[in-house]
Design a protein around this ligand. Structure first.
Ligand SMILES: Nc1ccn([C@@H]2O[C@H](COP(=O)(O)OP(=O)(O)OP(=O)(O)O)[C@@H](O)[C@H]2O)c(=O)n1
Ligand SMILES: C[C@](O)(CO)[C@H](O)COP(=O)(O)O
Length: 225
């Protein structure tokens, strides 16, 4: 079955506070996006990459793609005003029955084993959404101060959120809702059960400056192994 990785990198990186969107910032000597693409290229020889970028930064995207020897496996398309729209633009390029990975371009520490685990589960169960247990105390502050007694009731959700195309393509025909902050919510709203899989604590989403420091340290650690 064909494999498509929709790497969504069409955001502005507002919370990072830099002029350059965070997906193009350098970690060591390579852009954040390079690490993300590299993991998916290495995960499967038949993986096709659909890179979703702000149209204004297509030149940066072409520069990153040129760093790979597999430019025929990477296609670029422009993003939208929301993550949902960006994913939808990427899905528009999926034309046949396939496994579809949707991954945050700024989750650049994603591991090859996690990508492969998500693929295997999606083939068996239709979906694989990586999740890790909360490591802090949790409170639901809306309507009062409800403490979540058992942290195991809470999961922190990651990407690549991975689905059979027969599940995710129809789900994204729904109109956008504010609650659609990831693909799992969209697929569930279309009436499908969604199955979690073990995520990885290294699989951080680069959101604020501190995340860059952590990511660079992790890359140094991995390169010294
Ligand atoms: N319209 C959007 C918004 C986000 N994303 C992507 O979705 C991923 C996760 O989103 P987030 O971390 O929120 O990125 P930004 O929206 O860029 O960050 P901010 O909310 O701080 O502006 C990122 O790789 C981002 O580029 C996207 O492709 N299109
Ligand atoms: C998709 C996601 O990474 C799952 O946790 C998260 O919802 C992205 O949130 P963001 O605010 O768009 O970064």
């Amino acid at each position: 079955m064909k494999k498509y990785a929709i790497i969504v990198a069409g955001g502005a990186g507002t919370r990072m506070g830099y002029a350059t969107p965070k997906q193009f910032l350098l970690l060591k000597d390579k852009p954040v996006l390079w690490y993300t693409i590299d993991a998916f290229i290495r995960a499967f020889d038949d993986m096709q990459i659909i890179l979703v970028l702000p149209e204004a930064h297509f030149a940066k995207g072409r520069g990153i793609i040129a760093l790979f020897n597999y430019t025929d496996r990477i296609t670029m398309t422009n993003g939208g005003n929301t993550r949902f729209e960006s994913v939808k633009k990427g899905l528009a390029l999926v034309k046949e029955a396939s496994i579809v990975f949707v991954h945050d371009g700024v989750r650049c520490l994603v591991s090859v084993p996690l990508i492969q685990r998500c693929c295997n589960q999606a083939l068996l169960k239709g979906s694989a959404v990586p999740a890790v247990a909360a490591t802090d105390s949790i409170r639901i502050v809306k309507d009062g101060k409800h403490v979540v007694e058992d942290r195991l009731q809470v999961r922190i959700i990651q990407t690549p959120q991975t689905f059979l195309s027969s599940i995710i393509l129809p789900a994204f025909e729904q109109p956008y809702q504010e609650s659609f902050t990831d693909e799992a919510t969209v697929v569930e709203a279309a009436g499908n059960e969604v199955f979690l899989t073990d995520g990885e604590y290294d699989n951080i989403k680069i959101t604020r400056p501190v995340d860059l420091v952590v990511a660079e340290r992790m890359i140094e650690e991995r390169s010294s192994l």
